[in-house]
Design a protein around this ligand. Sequence first.
Ligand code: SPV
Ligand code: MN
Length: 651
Amino acid sequence: MLELKKGVDILAETGGVRTIDEAKAIIQQHLDAENLEKLSPITNEEALVKIANAIALCEPDDVFIDTGSEADGALIREYSLRKGEEKKLAKDGHTIHFDLPQDQARLVNQTFYIVNEGEKLSALAKSTLRADALQYVRDNMRGIMRGKTMLIGFFCRGPAGADAAIPAIEISSSGYVFHSAALLYRNCYDRFDAEVERKGLFFTNLHSEGLNRPEDVPNARIFMDRSWLTTYSAFCTYAGNTLLMKKGNHRFSVDCATYLRPGEELSEHMFITGMAGPGGRKTYFAGAAPSGCGKTTTAMVGTEFVGDDLAQMWIADDGTVRAVNPEKGIFGIVEDVNREGDPYLMDCLRGDGTEVIWSNVLIDADGVPHWTGNGEPAPLEGVNFQGEWYQGKTDDQGNEIPMSHKNARCTLLCSAIKNHATEANADPAGVPIKVVTYSGRDADTMPPVWVAKDNDEGVAIGASIVSAATATEIGASGVRRQPWANAPFIPGPLADYMDAQFKFFNHANLSKEGKPIMAGLNYFLTHADRGSAGKGLLGEKRDVKVWLGWLELYAHGDVEAIETPIGYIPKYEDLQKLFAEIDKEYPRSLYTMQFSIYVDKIVDRIDLQTEAYGKEENLPTQLFEVYEAQKVALAALKDEHGPIVQPDQLG
Ligand code: SPV
Ligand code: MN
């Protein structure tokens, strides 16, 4: 359930502004003539009341309205440098921002949904009662911007006018957050009122870093008020905790899709990318992967890269699934980004002419950034996320401190990347999604690629993603279930979200050609887990092109596949041809290792998922039907061929 405008509006309660006249008086009092003039095109009364309340609560010294103009962008960059939030690097347009050592990733244990009494949430979500959140905001955010400037900007999460695009207000005292917002989100100052009118709602985000001291980080909170579509964030700077147009508003978008347009719209933690196929056709993919599992790299393998993190999807009148990227930039992990795996991104990071905000990498004495896994000689010393650094430096537990944090990032415009489909990313019609993929970090069970036999099985692939924990979330460890790679961002019960997935991918309005195929991807199989004496992973980053290339062909019926109980897998000869196109030998022995069906392991996985989902209330029965049918087929397969079945025993 999603009940909008239910319970106390914390911002209004703490700001004390109730009417548009009171709001106008506060605004008049705190904005200088220039900024008043800049705010004048914004006439939406609800938006003005939100802004006035934010001012009344946070008590900034002054207020700056970001119109998205070049001049305003320059002022924001200057403000960030003046405050010391960013520093210039040797290369023109490059800056470094350090988050406090305690604030290097999403603070999952300090991130809460605000709930009303009696409201049901996802079993995987942390929540706090409305009254407690109100108390926190009152105690901690009153006057938090004293001595600072409040920056206010108007954005749209998606090309203005797109069916699934949603407008958002960003309010922060951080120049870094606003500089990042300028690269990552579409400014929609000119069309904000119209977009709110069209969509019928907007999101509001309020952040302040406060004094930005390590001792304050334990008191940092990230709140999402589902009922009032407003986020609050204090005492942190890491963009995943502060630039809440990203994951904070993604959570609201999931709610809006699930409860306001169930089965008609989806909001996913997915890249969007296109692959050129035979005859110059373009086939678009949307793919989910948990944080830190190669989503950005996969997106950039496409010939028509659209976005690397989020997708807003809907069913269009022409019977296709359409997707827009709510962002226009990337906030990408830099660890292991190198020439071989990510050539276009490396051109931006090491070449001239791209504006880049680096965060939490090592800066050497010459003002050059360095990071782990870049394939370049490492400097002996410099400054990184924890201060002075030299090779071999250890922390107080005796562990070696890496050159750059595992979650160190680069922020830049997508359009800077050579294969970016900038026009497609600006089109409110979105791109037609023909292939949907789900991937995790799975060392030992699923093959590199398999296609669901129907879309119920496809939804089950999404439901069954697992991964090893990654560095993007503080406090996580071990192997975990990662439903749709979206679970951290699903506010309501998983059953509701899952039901919307089954409805969406089987929607009666989808045409035969428009209905996407759904597939699993896994780049993380290891030699050891496939009984080989070899070391490390069975595949390499460049293989991604082959897996996507095969799916592109399969989606158009240009290749045949081998049927297995879990879905369709590629034939050796087709893969061999695709590997030849990337100048790589593809021995049959490798194919056999990668695509053999490890029956017992898959059954164990199904049992794990069945048990875990069995604990959720009102789960759609289709999921259990898919699992049960697969188990029966796997048992029959094992009876016939034993526990490990090679693809040539099936073909
Ligand atoms: C992720 O962790 O999935 C990200 C970065 O995309 S964050 O903004 O922290 O969510
Ligand atoms: Mn993400």
